[in-house]
Design a protein around this ligand. Structure first.
Ligand code: 5GP
Length: 114
């Protein structure tokens, strides 16, 4: 079972987060346990549990998340490149049941991921 949706509390400003971008569709904030010098989570305001739950109605919002990720990556100075990750479901390593894109950078990335 996935844990509770702590990101809703961040969206609703019930718990603090180091927010680097916020607009009507999404928030981007620093991960509490960074796995790289830059580790930012980009999340939609809309409650979507996993990547497997996206629908046609989410098309524009999903594109927006990517545009925000690219803009934040630029703002963070990730000129050497970066990695975007979406973990989906328990088997995909997802812990928080609210769709999110990890933006990781500032170090060399290896492949395959763990
Ligand atoms: P997942 O494993 O679900 O793809 O990633 C969830 C991410 O959320 C993890 O990298 C974890 O460190 C981060 N995280 C969990 N709880 C909090 C929190 O309360 N605040 C912030 N900023 N990040 C969190």
């Amino acid at each position: 079972m996935l844990a509770e949706n702590i990101f809703l509390k961040i969206i609703n400003k019930e718990i603090p987060a180091r927010i680097v971008h916020e607009d009507e569709h999404c928030l981007a904030f620093q991960d509490i346990h960074p796995q790289a010098p830059v580790h930012i989570l980009i999340i939609p305001r809309k409650e979507i549990r996993t990547h497997a739950d996206i629908t046609e109605a989410d098309r524009a919002m999903l594109g927006h998340l990517h545009l925000v990720a690219a803009r934040v990556a630029q703002e963070q100075g990730l000129t050497a490149g970066y990695r975007l990750v979406v973990n989906c479901g328990q088997g995909g390593g997802q812990a928080v049941p609210h769709l999110h894109v990890h933006l990781l950078g500032g170090r060399a990335m290896s492949w395959p991921p763990g």
